[in-house]
Design a protein around this ligand. Structure first.
Ligand code: ZN
Length: 735
């Protein structure tokens, strides 16, 4: 295919012709529903998918525990942490087992290595080779495979190694030679390359500035990754059916032929590459919540697909340039910028792009991040916006987008009763595959079409579940996993992870009853001045203002709140006002008037939306009693940036204020006056989000983008103002 005619073909056609994935030409044959998704001409798309992955081990397999001990897989329990190889195939990680199947029989192979390691595993069990994962049943003799050096065991799946490794066998695969070649053409090391020799090469290359030093550092990485041992397969025997367990391990999901999550990131990578070669000077901005997720995507999907697709590598890549995890530049001028943002969009701001691709969108804070991302494509004639993710609760970003999308489902016609249906509940799960919910006959998931349940929407939303994957319907052992999850998972977990349907709502920390219990029989005036009796017992009076997002598509208002700190350490609401959804500048004058009339000692304004409004307010109130606070994700929970604002960890600030509420630490006016503010406060719910750092999950506070929460934040700011007034900068740290 010549580069000049590429613009004529559809994306799916180009992807299947030009891209290689894990060593083979990419194909959509087993994912028939993806053709439409690749070729949609919608400007905004949403891909809502299920998450499910696992690997199969023979029951006597020894797992390496975090402690360094080993334990047979039959005795491992969900929640226990085991050591395994990360998706990059180069790092070890310790992560909890999240699911374990019942014991069952399946055909297995026994693999023996040069060092005498013996591995018995199911045919599909992924084994790490130099640059890709290969199913155990497809390994060939002579292949170098990764094993874990620590304790001398395979990656969590081997029997105990009794032999000590000797240095002759401890060599790097021949693929390492090409890296050396790239740095200096004339150097071709004698085979085999040992770690000792590699160290000498690295030392030599580092001593001469003429060599490409980033390639040298890449090579040097292999010296550091000495917990991986490249052993060689010497025999493979079929050992028939063995008793096995399937397990899932958190964060090790990107396996060969496994699961749709891999397909999600494959889709993102392919879309980016195909449009980058179709359209010269095309700019893509790719985003996940965390740096770890973005690096993982770049290393395991994007960079690999580019470099292992011969046509792309040959015609579009300048191989003399060092590889950059967060930037890909093609010879036709197209750019792919990779970034990350969970709550704070600052890293993204100011980019320009033609396509924004937001992955793992369920963990991204909609109002804080998405408008800034969209702004990046404001001047593009394409301005594509794509979202991918897995549902969690009914209230988060992905459900918000789904609700505003075409809500397209993969619809199949039943040959028994001629009815049309799609999969959104466990009723479609039969003994051997997807069934008709009316007559119980098997449905053919390959013969479906996308049907839009909402018309004329800007966002085209596709829902992809596990049961609709042909491979799950065509192999009983794969379907059995779905059946087992149906039995062992809670209903909402099954819906989320297997069906890709949102179910449970997030946890609320405070109840309506608890809020109502803080209401007292007093009124706040329509406008200041305040009732002197209310102010009398207060030692400090502070104000907080949450500025409206102004003109944005979600509901957001400017709210001003005034607290008085009482003798017994409670926060009395002396006054509040909710302004209509408007540009914050329009309200600055009145907000200033309120805080002045209430004689506030200190006022705090939100720096996120209100930099301009804050500077106006500061002029009106005086710099000595007005401070800006910027929400973010910070290690220190509350600190002055030594310039113009306090930096506050958002989760910690909301946690701390919620604790005040939990202990009935506020005094509110009568119920009628608190109706609206309480709705805002009840909109906030807790959710866990992956930060990716060692697979630790972190708590965050979210609200449905369609429900405002400004009254809560205005109170948090007024309460922070009180902390500043009292020079008490400690916050409660939940994480
Ligand atoms: Zn039927």
């Amino acid at each position: 295919m010549t580069t000049t005619c590429i613009g004529k073909y559809s994306r799916s056609h180009l992807a299947e012709r030009l891209l290689h994935l894990d060593g083979a030409p990419f194909s959509l044959k087993d994912y028939p529903f993806f053709y439409t998704i690749y070729n949609t001409d919608a400007q905004e798309t949403l891909l809502k998918t299920a998450r499910q992955v696992s690997k199969t081990c023979v029951e006597t397999t020894a797992c390496l525990l975090e402690s360094g001990d080993t334990k047979e897989i039959s005795k491992i329990q969900v929640g226990e942490r085991i050591v395994s190889l990360g998706v990059d195939g180069a790092t070890l990680l310790s992560a909890p087992v999240t699911w374990k199947s019942p014991r069952y029989q399946k055909p297995c192979v026994r693999i023996t290595t040069r060092l005498g390691l013996v591995l018995e595993a199911g045919l599909e069990h992924p084994i790490r080779c130099w640059d890709r994962w290969v199913p155990a049943g497809k390994l060939t003799i002579g292949t170098r495979i990764a094993s874990v050096r620590q304790g001398g065991r395979f990656t969590g799946t081997s029997r105990v190694l009794t032999q000590r490794s000797n240095d002759d066998c401890d060599t790097l695969p021949s693929e390492c030679h090409s890296s050396i070649h790239q740095i200096h053409e004339r150097h071709s090391p004698e085979y085999p390359l040992t770690y000792t020799k590699l160290a000498k090469y690295v030392e030599h290359f580092r001593g001469n500035e003429e060599y490409n030093q980033s390639l040298v550092e890449e090579l040097a990485l292999h010296l550091e990754r000495r917990d991986i041992y490249w052993d060689r397969v010497v025999s493979i025997e079929k050992i028939g059916k063995q008793w096995c367990y399937d397990i899932s391990v958190k964060d090790t999901e990107s396996f060969v032929a496994e699961g749709i999550v891999t397909h999600n990131s494959t889709y993102c990578a392919n879309l980016m590459i195909i449009d980058s070669i179709r359209i010269p000077h095309f700019k893509t901005l790719y985003l996940t919540p965390t740096k770890e997720q973005t690096s993982k995507f770049s290393n395991t999907r994007l960079t690999k697909t580019i470099h292992y697709s011969p046509h792309i590598r040959k015609n579009y890549i300048d191989t003399t340039l060092p590889n950059n995890v967060l930037l890909q530049v093609l010879k036709n001028g197209s750019l792919m910028v990779l970034s990350y943002a969970m709550d704070d969009p600052d890293r993204v701001r100011g980019n320009t792009s033609d396509r924004n691709l937001v992955d793992e969108v369920q963990d991204i804070h909609y109002e804080a991040v998405i408008p800034v991302v969209k702004e990046c494509a404001a001047v593009s004639k394409y301005a594509y916006m794509d979202y991918c993710g897995t549902p969690k609760s009914m209230e988060n970003t992905i459900e918000y987008l789904w609700g505003r999308s075409s809500r397209s489902e993969w619809v199949m016609k039943c040959e028994g009763c001629s009815s049309h249906q799609f999969i959104d509940s466990a009723r479609s799960i039969g003994k051997h595959g997807v069934i008709c919910i009316k007559c119980g006959k098997r449905l053919n998931v390959r013969e479906g079409f996308w049907y839009d349940f909402a018309k004329d929407t800007r966002i085209k939303g596709f829902h992809v579940s596990q049961p609709m994957l042909p491979v799950n319907n065509e192999y009983q052992e794969r379907w059995d996993r779905i059946l087992d999850k149906l039995e062992t998972y809670s209903e909402s977990k099954f819906k989320n992870e297997v069906l890709g349907v949102s179910d449970a709502i997030g946890t609320r920390f405070i109840s309506q009853d608890e809020l109502l219990a803080m209401c007292h029989d007093y009124c706040i005036p329509e406008s200041p001045p305040l009732d002197p009796e209310q102010v009398e017992e207060c030692r400090f009076v502070t104000g907080g203002v949450d500025w409206s997002g102004g003109g944005s598509e979600y509901v957001s208002r400017t709210v001003a709140w005034v607290f008085g700190y009482t003798g017994d350490g409670r926060y009395r609401t002396l006054y509040y006002k909710i302004f209509p959804s408007d540009n914050p500048i329009a309200n600055v004058e009145e907000v200033a008037k309120i805080f002045n009339a209430c004689r506030c000692d200190i006022v705090v304004g939100d720096a996120g939306e209100g930099a301009v409004a804050n500077s106006h307010l500061m002029r009106a109130l005086g710099a000595h009693r007005m401070f800006q606070v910027q929400y973010g994700s910070f290690l220190k929970l509350l600190k002055w940036n030594k310039k113009d604002r306090y930096l506050v960890d958002r989760t910690a600030a909301i946690d701390s204020f919620m604790l005040v509420l939990k202990h009935q630490g506020c005094i509110y006016p009568n119920e009628a006056q608190m109706r609206l503010p309480f709705l805002d406060m009840l909109a906030e719910y807790e959710e866990s989000t992956m930060t990716g750092q060692g697979g630790v999950s972190r708590k965050v506070w979210r609200h449905a983008p369609s429900t405002p929460d400004d009254c809560l934040h205005a109170q948090v700011f007024a309460w922070l103002a009180m902390k500043i007034a009292r020079q008490d900068l400690e916050l409660y740290d939940a994480n």
